[in-house]
Design a protein around this ligand. Structure first.
Ligand SMILES: [Zn+2]
Length: 205
């Protein structure tokens, strides 16, 4: 449920993230999760890769120590709303509250606010982008979706990622209940393959 992306890019050139460097950007949505997030942090640390974690305000409240670990290990933190509600049909007041509550809990937990927002379910419209502009947040979409939350053959995920990864690509994974037990079966292999192919992981601009 995405508004016409070209039209939204035209209307909001400064609100939608533009990646211009040669690196690729690794992103994880929905955390912090008690099992998935610490394990994924270890997988990243072992490869000296830094990523961006788009966190839910309500999950930070449950696991503030894991949010602090994400920040202290050098990863970027982004805002993924408070309750993971689809914001497409919500009014400005509701959207503001979801974003602002999460900014406040991020600031209270890691000492600073974020610059990035990723809409739950990738749903965005003019109202949401106007609110992001008001708060000085940049909307981060993705170019390669692992669909790691679905049961699937490893070859299908490989195809999704490797066919859609080039300079400036933004890769989407999740640290949530759907990936907590499965991420070991694909994440190390995919990251090692990307490193072997010569890709460099960089942070969002
Ligand atoms: Zn999400």
């Amino acid at each position: 449920m995405i508004g016409d992306i070209k039209f939204l890019k035209f209307l909001f050139p400064s609100v939608l993230v533009k990646t211009t460097d040669a690196g690729i950007h690794l992103t994880f949505d929905d955390g912090p999760h008690s099992i998935a997030t610490p394990s994924i942090l270890d997988i990243l640390k072992a490869r000296n890769i830094h990523a961006s974690f788009f966190l839910l305000g309500q999950n930070i409240q449950h696991y503030p120590d894991i949010a602090q670990q994400i920040a202290s290990e050098g990863h970027q933190i982004g805002n993924h709303s408070y309750t993971h509600t689809n914001l497409f049909f919500k009014n400005r007041t509701f959207i503001r509250k979801e974003i602002l509550q999460t900014e406040e809990v991020i600031e209270a937990t890691v000492g600073k606010r974020t610059r990035f927002f990723r809409p739950p379910y990738g749903s965005m419209n003019v109202t949401l982008l106007n609110v992001l502009k008001e708060y000085g947040l940049t909307c981060v979409f993705w170019t390669a979706d692992s669909k790691d939350f679905l049961p699937q053959k490893s070859s299908d995920m490989d195809h999704r990622i490797f066919q859609n990864t080039s300079s400036g690509s933004i890769l989407l994974f999740h640290d949530n209940e759907y990936t907590a037990l499965s991420h070991h079966s694909y994440l190390p292999r995919i990251l090692d393959t990307l490193l072997e192919k010569g890709f460099v992981f960089t942070q969002l601009p």
